[in-house]
Design a protein around this ligand. Structure first.
Ligand code: ZN
Length: 298
């Protein structure tokens, strides 16, 4: 079975120009849950001045329904993010850093080593406070400034995060540079070092059209947890870093068509994607919501 982590309300909306109201965000999350999604990244505890779209993290969490089996995650990039997250009911801290110095310096104004030092403390404190902690390693398939990021460096960052107590790890293709062969190679290197029991997930962007190909490659290598974004949110053509996530309902359509269970309702996901598209005032990237479900896939 596939476990989907829906990141539309965070990664998707963060890269959209239109500011979405708290009300709309809460409704979107409720609709996704109604469609069968169980794990969601709903907020980000970043500086509201830097990312205004995410400034209502506390309000969103306060208004979300507390339901059995539903897991809400929030992105944490620093100690100040942890302090905010600890005052909320968020279930999982998604502690993220990139594995390339050039990218991390631009993004977090720290080297990878400096970020690792700070974030391993954040992870330990999060675990002690009773939160679940998911470690996210960005630029794991390439960096737009440095090019290839050596696998040894990614494994080293993973080791630091795991020994600090992370419950799971996700490798993120931050700017959509991965290809399917590289995904296989990377997953195999992780399995070799950490064993097949490691809870490893993959996070792809469709920047260069390879999102679903990379997802399938990861699945064939043994991965069952994937991040995706409803309607492919996050690719606003006017945003400076326009990068859409793999589209949730397109991914569900692929897996269900192959007979692989996702425990979601594709019709409801498509309805939610269209409902969001109406609101965003621009055509969103999802394909299946335009084409409809193929007869053979029903
Ligand atoms: Zn992302």
């Amino acid at each position: 079975m596939i476990e989907i982590c829906e990141v539309g309300p965070r990664d998707g909306l963060q890269n959209e120009c239109k500011i979405v109201t708290t009300d709309k965000k809460v409704k979107l999350i409720e609709k996704l849950i109604d469609a069968g999604i169980r794990t969601l990244e709903v907020v980000s505890f970043v500086n509201p001045k830097v990312v205004p779209q995410m400034s209502d993290a506390e309000d969103v969490l306060e208004r979300l329904p507390r339901l059995e089996g539903i897991r809400y995650g929030g992105l944490v990039l620093s100690r100040s993010g942890l302090e905010r997250a600890q005052k909320t009911s968020v279930d999982y801290l998604h502690v993220a850093m990139t594995t390339s110095d050039a990218f991390n310096l631009k993004n977090a104004k720290r080297t990878v080593k400096e970020s690792t030092e700070e974030l391993t403390k954040v992870i330990r404190e999060g675990v002690e406070a009773g939160k679940g902690v998911s470690g996210i390693l960005g630029t794991a398939f390439g960096c737009p400034y440095e090019g290839e990021v050596p696998i040894e460096r990614i494994l080293e960052s993973a080791e630091s995060f795991l020994s600090a107590g992370c419950h799971e790890l996700t490798l993120a293709d931050t700017t959509g540079m991965a290809n399917p062969a590289q995904v296989t190679k990377t997953v195999k290197a992780f399995q070799k070092k950490f064993g097949k029991d490691l809870n490893l997930g993959l996070h792809f962007h469709n920047t260069r059209g390879l999102g679903l190909a990379n997802t399938l490659s990861g699945y064939e290598a043994g991965i069952q947890r994937f991040d995706s974004s409803i309607a492919g949110l996050g690719g606003c053509p006017f945003a400076p870093k326009a990068v859409g996530n793999v589209c949730t309902e397109d991914m569900v359509n692929m897996f269900e068509g192959m007979g692989i269970n996702t425990n979601t309702n594709l019709t409801k996901l498509i309805e939610t994607a269209k409902w969001m598209e109406d609101y965003m005032d621009r055509p969103l990237d999802g394909m299946i919501m335009k084409a409809g479900i193929a007869q053979t896939a029903q």
